[in-house]
Design a protein around this ligand. Structure first.
Ligand code: KG4
Ligand code: ZN
Length: 368
């Protein structure tokens, strides 16, 4: 499986990926870069284990990864029709994330790589998200990435493998986290995003006025904690809130987030044009929040208005998965030899080391 060569002499690789940084246990086998192909993409969500606690409990997550990871890897190999002889390398998330889970995944990968004599690649989870669109679409560097998940909300300029610049970030809550907290305070189940979205469809978006935090300031940073507090204040005034009020609050919250993202996306595309006047402006969205239809529509319009290409990979590859980790491993192997046997798993690992400032401890570690 490793003999196919492209024009520029890239060798096709087959890589096993492992992802355990949050509440998904995932393994996948991916081939590339010559013929990009996902041979398997196995995932088991732990949501049922965490729902009653209203969020991910790190200790429960780590234990659940230990219990099931072997089986998930076996399933991914079986579904891909691969034996260990067919695998060139093992790539696993080495951070950032909930450290117990990261250790389970990365140490498992280390053991497999050692026993089977394979290259080990420790992948930055954010790099996995950042490069996914190059697996699913024909996409050259540079491009813009908007990563919006439960742990991260940031604009990244992706110039190449390992060459990232964070252009803006949330200065407090990640967007998914804000959706989850809003849902919780309105009595909706975890994870909150899909429930807030569903309620918002029945809501009157004009009833409540919520702020668009930070939009009065230049730059690409965002803030969502104040928005949630404003919503809480409105809800408290009307306690006990009825079903229609919950729907109206959800609609106002979602509109506010969409507006902030749309405005910031326009500015990010302007900045991209300034920096790379000869490149096609492209914005890629990744992360669970990308499932939100109103947000997708707002981003599509912002990209259209800026004459830019908008790429949203299929949802299963936008949210946490192991195919993106295997793919990032393949990309890393194209730029030089890799041997991460000495690498230690880490809870915090900013992609852009120039911006390593720690702004808070989110569900998945620092909101880098
Ligand atoms: O990327 P993801 O699956 O996991 C990480 O956090 O890395 O993202 C999960 C987040 C949760 O906060 C969830 O509430 C949010 O994405 N989410 C949504 C929607 N679906 C999931 N937020 C808004 N609208 C949705 N439809
Ligand atoms: Zn993620």
């Amino acid at each position: 499986m490793t003999s196919v060569k492209s024009k520029d002499n890239a060798t096709n690789l087959t890589v096993l990926g492992i992802e355990t940084s949050c509440d998904e246990t995932a393994a996948a086998v991916v081939q590339g870069p010559v013929h990009r192909k996902i041979l398997s993409n196995t995932i088991r969500s732990q949501i049922d284990e965490h729902t009653e606690f209203g969020g991910v409990v790190p200790e429960i997550a780590a234990r659940a990864h230990i219990e099931i990871l072997d089986r998930i890897v076996g399933e991914a190999m079986h579904e891909a029709g691969c034996s260990w002889d067919d695998i060139d390398a093992v790539a696993a998330t080495a951070g950032p994330g909930l450290i117990g889970g990261v250790i389970v995944g990365f140490m498992t990968a280390k053991a497999i790589a050692m026993a089977a004599g394979k290259t080990l690649i420790g992948v930055n989870h954010l790099e996995g998200h950042a490069l996914t669109a190059r697996l699913t679409d024909d996409l050259e560097f540079p491009f813009l990435l908007l990563l919006v998940s439960g742990g991260h909300s940031q604009f990244l300029l992706v110039r190449g493998v390992g060459d990232y610049e964070r252009l803006g970030t949330t200065i407090d809550d990640a967007i998914g986290e804000a959706f989850d907290k809003t849902a919780k305070l309105l009595g909706l189940p975890y994870p909150g995003g899909p429930h807030v979205e569903k309620m918002a469809t029945k809501g009157d978006v004009t009833r409540f006025k919520l702020p668009r935090p930070l939009l009065d300031r230049p730059g690409l940073d965002m803030s969502f904690a104040g928005l949630k507090t404003a919503l809480r204040t409105q809800a408290k005034k009307l306690e006990p809130v009825d079903e229609q009020t919950i729907a109206d609050l959800c609609a106002a919250f979602q509109r506010s987030v969409s507006d902030v993202l749309a405005v910031r996306t326009r500015s990010a595309l302007d900045l991209f044009r300034d920096r790379h006047p000869d490149a096609e402006p492209v914005i890629v969205v990744a992360g669970g929040v990308a499932a939100n239809q109103e947000i997708r529509t707002a981003l599509t319009s912002a990209a259209d208005a800026a004459d830019a290409r908008f790429i949203a990979p299929p949802l299963a590859l936008c949210t946490d998965n192991a195919a993106m980790i295997a793919w990032a491993g393949i990309e890393r192997m194209q730029i030089g030899p890799v041997d991460d046997m000495a690498l230690a798993p880490r809870p915090r690992w900013p992609l852009d080391s120039a911006n390593a400032g720690v702004l808070g401890a989110g569900k998945k570690g620092a909101k880098v």
